[in-house]
Design a protein. Structure first.
Lengths: 202, 167
């Protein structure tokens, strides 16, 4: 099997330049996993050598609740009001959109409202894909995008699918740490996995 | 350097077919991603998805979609397949795009799947985002894409990718 998602466009001729363009450009960086007793999951010491980051996750909150409050995220341990957000959500009954500015987390109330909780059916996890673009820039604010969802095979409108966009209002620092946690104060259930990937530029 | 995103299998139809199946999928990766670019033999088709040939009522989904007029949401519980047919279809001229991300497909939890369906039919069509659940803790080793009305047209392509996380 051949690696895909190769960099295209930097080849000036034959030789090592062409060879370099065939290197795979989507790489695993690190994975944070839930144990049932950790209230935060952190991806730290992120190298500044990629163009974009992608996080693919499945997640479940151990809290014995039936109304998930989502997953919160902050960057570089910044908990100040330096984030903005808007989102589009479908809850099985209606579509809705909202947003807020100067929030203290990336997407307060949440970057992703999609997770499963301990008060719901067992062995079901929410899932999502989060992209952080041009994360290593020291001249631009950082844009975050997420596509997330949880379905429980019930009529409950607490199950949702959503699209989220957020900006971290920090132009001077590259993203080196990403932290996830639940506003409920719950822990990440065993099986929760946040896998970080790096995407190279040409 | 770890290879983390690689093609598992590709099907390009040389004749019309009602079903495209990926079978004997190894449990090598963390996630799977399937990309379908489809046209119909005639009129329109929608696409249903089943895993491991399971025809029981073990599928559900929550959908968010825009049809050019409004944004809406709907839910289907205890289905016998994951249908992508909520007013959306691919036609004989304009290819429709379906992507499917299967998380922890070889794990021992129920399987959560994220879908995107995009089709513009020059006057109609939809863009959809869907979360689906297959209530089964077995590893997924077979994925069937089933055209519910007509057949997949010649040239329809489906590619399955594997994505591996860091240890």
């Amino acid at each position: 099997m051949s690696p895909i998602l190769e960099s295209i466009g930097s080849v000036k001729g034959f030789g090592w330049g062409a060879f370099a363009a065939l290197l795979p450009s989507f790489e695993s960086i690190a994975t944070a996993t839930g144990t049932g007793s950790n209230s935060t999951l952190t991806l730290s010491s992120i190298p500044q050598t990629y163009k974009h980051l992608q996080i693919r996750y499945i997640s479940r909150d151990t809290s014995a609740i039936t109304n998930p409050a989502g997953i919160w995220i902050d960057l570089n341990n910044d908990t100040a009001a330096n984030y903005t957000q808007h989102y589009l959500i479908g809850n099985g009954s209606a579509a809705s959109a909202s947003g807020n500015s100067a929030a203290s987390t990336a997407g307060s109330p949440q970057l992703s409202r999609a997770t499963a909780c301990g008060g719901m059916a067992a062995n079901i996890f929410g899932a999502g894909i989060i992209d952080i673009f041009d994360y290593s820039s020291t001249t631009k604010n950082k844009t975050i995008r997420a596509f997330t969802g949880t379905d429980f095979n019930t009529a409950s409108t607490t199950a949702e699918v959503g699209l989220f966009s957020s900006v971290w209002l920090n132009s001077g620092s590259g993203v080196s740490t990403i932290r996830f946690y639940f506003p409920t104060g719950g822990n990440f259930a065993t099986g929760s996995t946040f896998a970080l990937y790096g995407i190279k530029g040409a | 350097m770890a290879i983390t995103y690689e093609p598992v299998a590709t099907t390009t139809l040389s004749s019309a077919a009602s079903t495209i199946t990926f079978s004997s999928i190894p449990a090598t990766w963390t996630d799977l991603r399937l990309v379908l670019v489809a046209r119909a033999v005639s009129t329109t088709i929608s696409v249903d998805v089943r895993f491991n040939s399971d025809t029981g009522s073990n599928y559900s989904k929550t959908i968010l979609y825009g049809d050019g007029t409004s944004a809406q949401s709907a839910r289907y519980t205890s289905q016998t397949q994951i249908g992508t047919n909520f007013g959306s279809a691919f036609d004989a001229t304009n290819p429709g795009l379906l992507t499917m991300d299967l998380f922890s497909y070889a794990g021992s939890t129920n399987k959560t799947v994220l879908f995107t369906v995009d089709n513009d039919l020059n006057g109609s069509g939809e863009t959809q985002r869907t979360v689906a659940l297959w209530r089964n803790t077995s590893a997924i080793n077979t994925i069937a894409l089933i055209s519910s009305a007509n057949q997949f047209k010649i040239g329809t392509t489906a590619t399955l990718y594997g994505i591996l996380k860091a240890a």
